[in-house]
Write a new protein. Sequence first.
Length: 152
Amino acid sequence: MALYNDKVMEYFMNPHNVGEIENPDGKGTYGSPVCGDMMQITISVDDNDVITDAKFKTFGCGSAIASSSMATDMIIGMKVEDALELSNQKIIDELGGLPAVKIHCSVLAEHAIKAAIYDYAQKHGKTYKGLEGFDPNEEEDHHHDVEDEDEE
């Protein structure tokens, strides 16, 4: 019984953009107190507000690693504003789906990217519509049981 599709397994077994950018323009870390996963994303941004590089370090399950890898692939080459619109659902879609109990892993990636961009914006005195109301230290309820909703 395969929990994960081939694309998720590929991104888990051969992750892209692993590591940490030295002297990053932005750095975001986010963890889940519920499942124990931790994710750090570092970004480099050029003068045109384009993310030229992104790297991740993730302590977590295969879904968390695959989500981090896919998310960093997706934001490289994006304008900061566009990267802020990257939702966990878009990450899941690019991966070809995740098991319901692993959806929170993609939320970690979305939050860590926003936290890295928030750090970049703070360092450079920039404001972005996609960061309005965002608190990088806020704990989100990202460990909800989607299964229960489906069983009714």
